[in-house]
Design a protein around this ligand. Structure first.
Ligand code: BGC
Length: 457
């Protein structure tokens, strides 16, 4: 199963490293996988109105069409790690690319709701496989000096994908071209397949599977000017000293309950505080807040949600290693909780749509510099090497399961208890998350992974 150990640092790449064409291909693959992930998450927001009109969907089927990507992603993330281990990182990302393209095509030609939902499920599988395999591939391919930037690039790419989806929705809003909105993702899906086919397999995976010569050739391609023999030796010695991969049962052993609890708690809180209710249903929320035309709704969604989400992610990249994880999480939760409370008040008191708009912008900024990137960072750093791969896959699956529940039941909840109380409920979860994180989540900034392991003893 997937466990992350990276190509060891090489002194000559520590400073201003030159990126080889092969390394640029690797970056292109990571960015494309992230963008596709985000695009397929975000695009449904603008496509819903057209789909509802064409297939005459009620609330329940609208929720199914929206949320089954998440259900697919749940299963995809569980099989993504196994695929990456058995077939290699390259074939796992290739699989994700094929699923992305196939799902996009199926959706765009769907004659009825059943086929549409099947397409959504296939895309979801691609999202889940990519969510595990692409960051793993990136982390293994990056020289240590570049690893942070590689992984941040993936985070940022997701928000860029969501933004692009909104932008295309906006361009096509007036014409109801929902098939084009969903189908267009087949093109970057194919580009991902082509880029990945040309990109090298992870040297670490090759070495682990007894293909040292092939691993050496990959290292030479990535860094043609260097003598890569020491790097290969370091990978091989790392593999020898590595503890045998843990079984699924080991993850739940009492010794690792604490980090598992922290990871699962963060995974759940990231979702039940409402982010994807807003990412997926932004247009609907703006419609309810009084933005009358589809053009006005998608305009608000694109810029107030999509663009702001991208920009605010830079705050996290700049601050996460300086201020630490806890201050970002706690400050972000205050912003999220207060702004969600405001949205509830605005909906309750029928205030002008501008109030909802401002509150949602504050919410997105607060999420993008805190729970968005920080939760993934912490989940990936708190487990010991032997259980990291599987434990991260479990946390990722729980995150998707929570996202599924929220996106599946958001509209029903609104129907049942009203918009205001629904947003107050999200706000209440922010308060619970604040208290829980304050009490339970340790600061991991600047600590080595071995140090973090000691925290739990
Ligand atoms: C979350 C996604 C969410 C995205 C929004 C990610 O960190 O895991 O569920 O859609 O942020 O930017």
């Amino acid at each position: 199963m997937a466990d992350v150990t990276t190509v060891p640092d090489k002194p000559h790449v520590r400073g201003r490293a030159k990126l080889s064409p092969a390394m640029l291909l690797v970056i292109a693959v990571i960015i494309m996988a992230g963008v596709l992930f985000g695009y397929d998450q975000g695009v449904i927001s603008g496509a819903l109105a057209g789909i509802q009109k064409q297939f005459g969907l009620g609330s329940l089927l609208t929720e199914v069409v929206t949320s089954w990507v998440t259900l697919g992603a749940l299963f995809g993330s569980l099989i993504g790690g196994e695929l990456a281990d058995r077939l290699g990182r390259k074939k796992a990302v290739l699989c994700a690319g094929v699923l992305f393209s196939l799902g996009a095509i199926v959706q765009s030609i769907a004659p009825d709701t059943t086929i549409l939902v099947a397409g959504r499920l296939v895309i979801g599988l691609g999202v889940g496989v990519a969510a595990v395999a692409a960051p793993l591939y990136g982390a293994e391919m990056a020289p240590a000096a570049w690893r942070g930037r590689f992984v941040s690039a993936y985070q940022l790419a997701i928000t860029i994908g969501i933004f692009l989806a909104y932008l295309i929705d906006q361009l096509l809003a007036a014409t109801d071209h929902w098939r084009l909105m969903l189908g267009i993702a087949a093109i970057p899906g194919l580009l991902l397949v082509i880029a990945m086919a040309l990109a090298p397999e992870s040297a670490r995976w090759l070495a682990k599977n007894g293909r040292g010569d092939a691993a050496r050739r990959v290292l030479d391609r990535l860094d043609p000017d260097a003598d890569n023999a020491p790097a290969l030796a370091a990978i091989e010695s790392g593999l020898r000293s590595e503890v045998k991969s843990a079984s699924w049962r080991d993850i739940f052993a009492p010794a690792w309950r604490k980090p598992l609890f922290v990871a699962l708690g963060l995974a759940v809180f990231q979702q039940i505080t409402g982010i994807n209710a807003i990412i997926y249903y932004a247009d609907e929320i703006f419609a309810r807040a009084g933005f009358a035309t589809p053009e006005a709704q998608t305009m608000a969604t694109t810029w107030a949600i999509g663009a702001v989400n991208v920009l605010a992610t830079f705050i996290a990249i700049a601050l996460i290693d300086k201020l630490g994880r806890r201050p970002l999480l706690l400050t972000g939760l205050v912003g999220m909780g207060v702004s969600l409370g405001m949205v509830g008040i605005a909906m309750h008191a029928d205030m002008p749509g501008m109030v909802t708009l401002v509150a949602l912008v504050v919410f997105i900024i607060s999420f993008a510099f805190s729970l968005g990137p920080v939760v993934w960072t912490v989940i990936n750093e708190i487990f010991p090497g032997a259980i990291r791969g599987r434990a991260v896959a479990v946390a990722t699956a729980v995150n998707w399961a929570s996202a599924f529940l929220v996106s599946q039941f958001f509209l029903s909840l609104v129907g049942l208890i009203g918009e205001a109380i629904t947003f107050w409920l999200f706000s209440f979860f922010c308060a619970v998350a604040f208290v829980w994180i304050y009490a339970r989540v340790p600061e991991t900034k600047g600590r080595s992974l071995e140090d973090i392991e000691q925290l739990w003893r």
